[in-house]
Every structure is written in structure tokens, then in C-alpha cells.
Design a protein around this ligand. Structure first.
Ligand SMILES: [Zn+2]
Length: 126
């Protein structure tokens, strides 16, 4: 019973966040079209900078949306609230802050370090 209550609270938060992310993605799409239509740029560099920023923002929100959808699929199953890497329960305080979390704090940190190392290797080889 207590688990269902938590699930409902987290589901509600995930649905609200998904709505906000979808609105933001719509806004970013409209902004991208506006940038494409704009022929008043002061420089090609300014235009490229804006396009790059919008693409980075879009990728970040698309990643978040994917995580939210994954969490909504897991909620109500034994996988929700369990780290997909080490399989230990994710701390409730972390879930309250990040209801879409699928990694515990320790695994999240080690994944972030690996991602950072990968990006640095890519940057050095480019
Ligand atoms: Zn873990």
C-alpha cells in the first residue's frame, strides 16, 4: 500500500515533468524554425552559435523525455526505484528529486566519469 502511494506521487511528478519537457521541445522547434527563417543575422558565427545552442538544448530535453518515458514504463514494477546497474534500491530522497532516475548515486557518478573520459578522448582525437 505504501509503495503504491509513493508510485502515485512519483507518477504524478513524472507526468507533470513530461508535460513541461514536451512544451519546451515544442518551443525549441518553433525557435529553430524562426532561426532558419531569419535572414537578418549579423554574422554567420552568430547564426551558427544560436543553432548549436538550440541543438544542445534539444538533445538534453530529448534525453530527459526518454528517461521520463522509461520511468513511467517501470513504475508499478519492481524495476522502478532500483538501480539498473548494481540493482540496489535507489535512495528515496534521490527519487524525490529525480523521479526518472534509473541509477543510484554511486553508479550515476561513475557513469558521469566514464562519459566525461569518453568525451575527452573524442575531443583529443578530433
Ligand atoms: Zn547502482
Amino acid at each position: 500500500m505504501a509503495t503504491n502511494l509513493f508510485d502515485n506521487v512519483f507518477r504524478d511528478r513524472l507526468l507533470k515533468r513530461r508535460q513541461a519537457v514536451l512544451l519546451t521541445l515544442n518551443y525549441l522547434s518553433a525557435e529553430t524554425k524562426a532561426v532558419d527563417r531569419n535572414c537578418e543575422w549579423q554574422s554567420a558565427r552568430a547564426e551558427e552559435g544560436r543553432k548549436r545552442l538550440l541543438a544542445v538544448l534539444r538533445a538534453g530535453y530529448e534525453d530527459e523525455l526518454e528517461k521520463i518515458e522509461g520511468a513511467l514504463d517501470r513504475i508499478g514494477t519492481e524495476d522502478y526505484g532500483r538501480c539498473r546497474s548494481c540493482r540496489k534500491p535507489i535512495d528515496r530522497r534521490r527519487l524525490r528529486l529525480v523521479p526518472a532516475a534509473d541509477l543510484c548515486c554511486g553508479c550515476q557518478k561513475s557513469q558521469r566519469r566514464q562519459d566525461q573520459a569518453r568525451r575527452e578522448r573524442t575531443r583529443r582525437s578530433a
